[in-house]
Design a protein around this ligand. Structure first.
Ligand code: ZN
Length: 430
C-alpha cells in the first residue's frame, strides 16, 4: 500500500473519502499519507464543511461525538434581532449555554440576552429590567451565496479530492500512477491552480437517477469511461448539485453497452448501489462551474430549501425510535420530562413521533400487503418527503404536553411503536 498522491509507503493514515461531516455513511481507507491527508483537510474540506453547517444541521447529520451540528446564523426573537452571527444548533441551544449575547430591539437599543441568573450577576441589573423573550417567535436565517457554497476554488478542489479518492477506492488503486492521474493530483495538491477538471452536471438522466434513489441528504457517486478517453466521476451532493470530475484516462475500447453502478451513501449511515445499463456513446452533460450554476440556480435553491424535509422511509423511523428508546425508561420513571424526551426543538424527535402517532391512529387504513412507502403517502396524504410547519409543530407539542399531564402520552407512544414494529415491519433485527 502506498499513498495515492506521492507513493510514500510510511506514515499512511485513514482518509475519509467523502468527509464524514457530509454523510453518515463511513467510507474510509488507509491509502493517503499523513501529510497529504492533513493538506486536503486544512486547505479545502474543513472550509467547505463549515460553510455547509446550517444544511448539515437540517439534514440531521451530527458531529463526531453525536452532538447536533452548530452553525452561525442571524437570529430574530420577536422584535429583537441578533447583532452578529450567533453559533447555534437549534432553538433550544440558544439558551442552553451560560453565555450572554447582544441583540437589538426595534429602536436600535442593545439588549443583553441570557439566562436570568447570569443576567442578575451583572452589576446594576435588577429583576424588573429583565423581560422574558417570546421563544415561540424565533426565526433563524443564514445568508448564503450559492456560488460560495458550491463553486469557490476551495470547494472545487474538495470535490476533486472526493472524486479522485473515491475512484481509487472503488477500483482498488493503491498507489500513485502519474501517467493516469497526473492532472487531477496536481490540481488537488495546488490550491493556486485554477479549475479545469470539475464541471457542473446539467443532465436529465443524472437528475432522474438521483431523484429515484436518494433520500434526504444522500450522496450519489458513479463513474464511467467516456469515448473521449477520460474517466469521469459524477458526484451528486445531497441531491442538490452534481459535479462531473475528470479523474484520469482510460484505455478501454469503445463498446456498445456500459453498466455503471451508482452508489448511494445515506445520511443515516446506510449505503446501497444500483446498476444501470446505458447503450452507445454515454455522456453526462455538464457546464463550466459559473455557467452551470447560472443555468441551475433556481433548481439548486429549491433543492437546498427542501433539505429539512424528512423521508417517509422505514429506516428513518427506526433510527428515530432507536434514539428515543434510550430515553424512554427514564421518562416512564418520571426522572426526565416530556420536553427532555422529545427535545421539542428537534425535528427528528417531533416529526417521527407524529408520524408514528398518525400510523397508529389510522391503523385501520394500514395495508400490510402494500409497501410501507405507499401506506405512508396515503395515511399522511403527502408525497416522498414530509415537513411540519412551525404552527403545526406548536399545536402538536401542546397536544403532547396535555397528554403528558393526563398520563396518556406514554401509553400512546408505546402502542404506536409496537404497531409500527409488529404490523409495519419496523422491528430492528439487532
Ligand atoms: Zn502522500
Amino acid at each position: 500500500m502506498k499513498c495515492i498522491y506521492c507513493n510514500n509507503e510510511t506514515n499512511l493514515t485513514i482518509s475519509d473519502i467523502i468527509p464524514a461531516a457530509l454523510t453518515g455513511a463511513k467510507l474510509r481507507k488507509k491509502f493517503v499519507c499523513r501529510a497529504h491527508n492533513s493538506f486536503t483537510n486544512d486547505h479545502y474540506e474543513n472550509t467547505m464543511i463549515r460553510q455547509l453547517d446550517i444544511f448539515r444541521n437540517r439534514i440531521g447529520l451530527t458531529e463526531r461525538d453525536g452532538d447536533p451540528v452548530r452553525f452561525s446564523a442571524d437570529l430574530t426573537i420577536g422584535e429583537y434581532t441578533s447583532e452578529k452571527n450567533i453559533s447555534i444548533s437549534d432553538n433550544k441551544s440558544i439558551m442552553d449555554t451560560d453565555r450572554l449575547f447582544r441583540m437589538k430591539d426595534k429602536q436600535g437599543r442593545t439588549v443583553l440576552v441570557g439566562p436570568k441568573d447570569k443576567l442578575l450577576k451583572i452589576s446594576g441589573a435588577t429583576a424588573d429590567k429583565i423581560t422574558d423573550l417570546p421563544f415561540a417567535d424565533i426565526s433563524i436565517s443564514s445568508k448564503t451565496d450559492i456560488r460560495d457554497l458550491f463553486i469557490s476554488e476551495t470547494v472545487l478542489h474538495a470535490i476533486a479530492k472526493i472524486a479522485y479518492e473515491w475512484h481509487c477506492y472503488v477500483n482498488d488503486v493503491e498507489e500513485y500512477q502519474e501517467d493516469t492521474y497526473g492532472l487531477i493530483t496536481s490540481y488537488i495538491l495546488d490550491p493556486e491552480q485554477s479549475n479545469t477538471l470539475v464541471n457542473i452536471v446539467n443532465d436529465a438522466y443524472v437528475t432522474m437517477l438521483a431523484d429515484r434513489f436518494s433520500r434526504t441528504g444522500s450522496n450519489m457517486l458513479f463513474e464511467y469511461n467516456d469515448s473521449d478517453g477520460n474517466v469521469y466521476v459524477i458526484f451528486c451532493l445531497w441531491n442538490v448539485i452534481a459535479y462531473k470530475v475528470k479523474v484520469g484516462m482510460h484505455s478501454e475500447k469503445p463498446s456498445m453497452a456500459h453498466c455503471p453502478i451508482a452508489y448511494f451513501y445515506h445520511a443515516d449511515g446506510s449505503q446501497n448501489g444500483t446498476m444501470f445499463g446505458v447503450y452507445g456513446d454515454f455522456h453526462v452533460n455538464a457546464s463550466p462551474p459559473n455557467a452551470g450554476i447560472s443555468e441551475l440556480y433556481l433548481e439548486i435553491k429549491s433543492r437546498l430549501s427542501k433539505l429539512g424535509e424528512r423521508d417517509l422511509s422505514r429506516e428513518y423511523l427506526q433510527n428515530c425510535i432507536a434514539k428515543l428508546s434510550k430515553k424512554l425508561p427514564a421518562y416512564q420513571e418520571h426522572t426526565i420530562s416530556i420536553a427532555d424526551l422529545l427535545d421539542f426543538e428537534h425535528e427528528d424527535r417531533i416529526i417521527p413521533v407524529y408520524i408514528l402517532e398518525q400510523i397508529y391512529t389510522h391503523r385501520d387504513e394500514y395495508m400490510p400487503s402494500e409497501d410501507f412507502h405507499r401506506n405512508m403517502q396515503r395515511i399522511l396524504q403527502t408525497d416522498d418527503r414530509f415537513v411540519l410547519t412551525k404552527e403545526t409543530t406548536k399545536g402538536i407539542v401542546e397536544r403532547y404536553i396535555n397528554m403528558d399531564r393526563e398520563g396518556s402520552f406514554t401509553t400512546l407512544l408505546s402502542k404506536a411503536i409496537e404497531f409500527f414494529e409488529t404490523t409495519c415491519g419496523g422491528r430492528l433485527d439487532i
